[in-house]
Design a protein around this ligand. Structure first.
Ligand code: FES
Length: 163
């Protein structure tokens, strides 16, 4: 991965732009020097935790909440443009907003299609006893990522934040 390109905003699927950001003001978040390629950072604005990620495709801003059960993606792992959640092994593609790997708990994908539980290699399959907990996991939908528009201004990363 290159570490020398000039900082730029990454393109994201327009239909996945976060609600309320069309006319939202851009707010300074970090200097570009504080977010080298390959880095992830949480920035909190009011009640909103934003994940800033610098990749070879540019800088993305999305919620610092896993689209499965809201774990902080900023303490997960970044591999190229795939973010791995620290909680249930879910992986999310920053370029498309899609789930690259469903969580171990299974559940519904963004289209509402059910996926069973699974276990990482070498671990025994985890069987949920029937009940509300299993039902909640089965009915939890893993939605696509949502994005906040990013721009670079005078060496500062600015993000459109509603409110
Ligand atoms: S909270 Fe992220 S995969 Fe479950």
């Amino acid at each position: 991965m290159s570490t020398t390109h000039a900082a730029k905003a990454a393109a994201f699927p327009p239909r996945l732009q976060a609600i309320g950001t069309l006319d939202a003001p851009y707010r300074p978040m970090l200097s570009v020097a504080e977010l080298p390629v390959g880095a992830m950072r949480r920035i909190t604005v009011g009640e909103l935790d934003v994940l800033l990620v610098n990749t070879d495709r540019g800088i993305f801003a999305t919620d610092d909440r896993c689209p499965h059960m809201s774990a902080p993606l900023s303490i997960g792992e970044l591999d190229d443009c795939i973010v791995a959640c620290p909680l249930h092994e879910g992986r999310f593609d920053l370029v498309s907003g899609d789930t690259a790997r469903m969580p171990t708990t299974g559940g519904l994908d963004a289209e509402g299609v059910y996926h069973p539980t699974w276990s990482p290699a070498g671990l025994d399959p985890k069987v949920d006893p029937p009940g509300k907990k299993a039902e909640a996991r089965r009915l939890t939908r893993v939605r696509r990522l949502r994005y906040y528009p990013v721009r670079i201004s005078a060496g500062t990363i600015e993000v459109a934040i509603p409110g």
